[in-house]
Design a protein around this ligand. Sequence first.
Ligand code: PMV
Length: 332
Amino acid sequence: MNKIDVIRALLKEKIAYRPILTDASAFAPSNIALCKYWGKRNAELNLPMTSSLSIGLGDKGATATLSLIEGGDRIVLNDQPMALTSSFGQRLVAFLDLFRQATKQSWSLNVVIHSRIPIAAGLASSACGFASLVRALNQLFQWNLSSRELSILARLGSGSACRSLWQGFVEWHAGCAEDGMDSYGEPLAVEWPGFCIGLCIVQSGPKTLSSREAMQRTIDTSPFYEKWPAVVAHDYAALKSAILSQDFDALGKTAESNALAMHAMMQTAWPPIVYALPDTLVAMQTVWRLREMGISVYFTQDAGPNLKLLFLQNDRAIIQSHMPMLEYLQIF
Ligand code: PMV
């Protein structure tokens, strides 16, 4: 099965729908994983080796606004026209092509994406980009798909996008079906007032190596990749139980250790993959120093040099006094 087959299977008779509205607009939050997705069992359908668990980033995300136009797609990202030949431009057009091919229709869109997070800096900008895009397409065509179905479509654009259809804690079930129909996001019905995230932006420019390439290289060359599924199984269970019992230290410890395990494994790939910059390590050391002072703060890190700090509202002021650059996000 390829991506087009998946779209046809999800749309069923709606495959014949033409765009009903001339404009549509939708928001999707970015998400960061507390238990990471690293490695695909099917690279075409972005099916993961393991399940993962994330948290939505509130109003940090992307809004996609689509308008039907004549004469080919146009993309505007954060008020700047984007070359269709740029790597994000190519990914977006390729994604729209899937729908044109699946529906055997030709239409062109003006795609305006407004992202409230730095692009391609390991802050899941592609996740919220693709999730907002499928939501906006769902409106434009009036498909009335469920969030679960939209999650499957978003996954075809970028794996972690399937967790960006919801706020709060979201599980991505790895699934085992070959067509990936059981590989989607699902929210946990947990509210955790006081749960905070701080963005520690060390560098906001584009990352040097895409997560797609880095994942494949890790699987192909790291002698430790075979241990990863067991690490995830342990951390996933520990995180879920920490979330359900609202045990913040258990959550923070597991999330930090999971991120460090993922990055340690990447360092053993060849050529080695190191996303951290010197300032990333400085920020980690500040976090560890704060913990020695008795403050419950932890970090996680994705495919980029930036850290996301996890802490509770009560500790916000003291943490910010030690890390003035921290961008604070309230989640619930
Ligand atoms: O969905 P992708 O291809 O951007 O990969 C995401 C990889 C990590 O952010 C490092 C981990 C995750 O689970 O989000």
